[in-house]
Design a binder for this molecule. Structure first.
Ligand code: SAM
Ligand code: SF4
Length: 329
């Protein structure tokens, strides 16, 4: 059985972007109200007394947009200094990163994943649902700040959407030629706003690889914290290109992660809600953390049966109502 030692913690379900593939364009989402968010103290208690004793050593902070959470730098510091934390990372859209990159680094964060779906300001604004002044330049400034500060690895995540940004794969891959960056192309998942893109919502990674092979060639490579990505290098490049192919190449069998949503629900699988546990309510009702540990341990033993594949076969819970920003992508 796969060792499950990786917890993704959503710090907030709100976001300052409204990416077309992640959130519905107009409909209001049911955001978690501030009193219902896990507090910093609750997150730390859960990590220290529930997850770390169960062997969890890798943590990623996500959202929504995690940099919107007040006090995020202090929480990073607390988590980074726990003796059981071997690997702490954060996923962000970089809009607020220009000012926060250095404080986050100083607080102990070393790994960062940044979502960037386009190098073209108009396309970028279209994808993130921005109708006001362009947000591309501030986002790019955030990425540059992370680069200067020295985050390593610095990963760029791009969700490839036909007709929107699929023509930019070569341009984004070329960023790795003279930068020590790791650009990863993610197959769009039928979650959040899937209907918008119709039948051909995702492009198989192999199609993208063929394009890059034809242009430059691709050599196998690796990078720390690969996770589910298949990693390659353009010949002579400083960085790498990766492919996260959860649609074309199911990797449920290798899955080593569970997700803690901002409102305290623990999910064993991104796309299957079977067995989830409301850890926040349990904590607030005074359930001892030793009992919570037992409940989480029991869920982990069930995890191999609770996955994307089972959901597709119809044997799992098919409730699929939450977006990535709500679950904590
Ligand atoms: N706001 C931060 C960001 O965008 O990096 C963190 C949260 S976001 C939900 C985490 C990741 O989920 C992003 O890389 C985003 O591209 C990805 N994501 C969101 N919806 C997706 C979908 N339907 N299919 C594939 N990836 C998705
Ligand atoms: Fe916000 Fe990230 Fe979702 Fe875009 S992908 S709407 S930045 S949570």
């Amino acid at each position: 059985m796969n060792l499950v030692d990786y917890l993704r913690i959503s710090l907030i379900d709100r976001c300052n972007f409204r990416c077309q593939y992640c959130m519905p364009a107009e409909a209001a989402l049911d955001y978690v109200l501030p009193p219902e968010l896990l507090t910093d103290a609750e997150i730390l208690t859960l990590v220290r007394e529930v997850f770390a004793p169960l062997g969890f050593r890798k943590f990623r902070l996500t959202g929504g947009e995690p940099l919107l959470r007040p006090g995020v730098v202090d929480l990073v510091r607390e988590l980074a200094t726990l003796p059981t934390t071997e690997d702490l990372a954060l996923t962000t859209n970089a809009f607020l990163l220009a000012d926060l990159a250095q404080p986050l680094y100083d607080a102990g964060l070393r790994r960062i994943n940044i979502s960037l779906d386009s190098l073209d300001a108009d396309t970028f604004d279209q994808i993130i649902g921005n109708r006001g002044r362009s947000r591309w330049a501030q986002t790019w400034a955030g990425i540059q700040a992370a680069h200067r500060v020295g985050f390593d690895p610095l990963k760029i995540n791009t969700v490839v959407i036909p007709g929107l940004n699929d023509g930019e794969v070569e341009g984004l891959a070329a960023l790795t030629l003279d930068r020590h960056w790791h650009v990863r192309f993610i197959e769009f998942m039928p979650i959040g706003n899937a209907a918008l893109f119709g039948d051909r919502a995702w492009i198989p990674s192999e199609e993208l690889r063929q394009r890059l092979r034809a242009r430059w060639g691709l050599e196998p490579a690796s990078v720390r914290g690969n996770g589910p990505a298949d990693v390659f290098q353009l010949p002579g490049a400083l960085g790498t290109v990766g492919f996260i192919s959860q649609m074309s190449e199911c990797f449920c069998d290798r899955c080593n992660r569970v997700r803690l949503a901002a409102d305290g629900w623990l999910r064993p699988c991104l796309l299957n809600e079977t067995g989830q546990i409301d850890l926040k309510t349990a904590l607030r009702q005074g359930q001892p953390t030793a009992e919570l540990r037992d409940r989480v341990r029991a869920l982990l033993t069930l995890k191999p049966e609770i996955n994307f594949k089972e959901r597709e076969r119809g044997t799992g819970d098919r409730t699929y109502s939450r977006t990535m920003s709500q679950i904590g992508g």
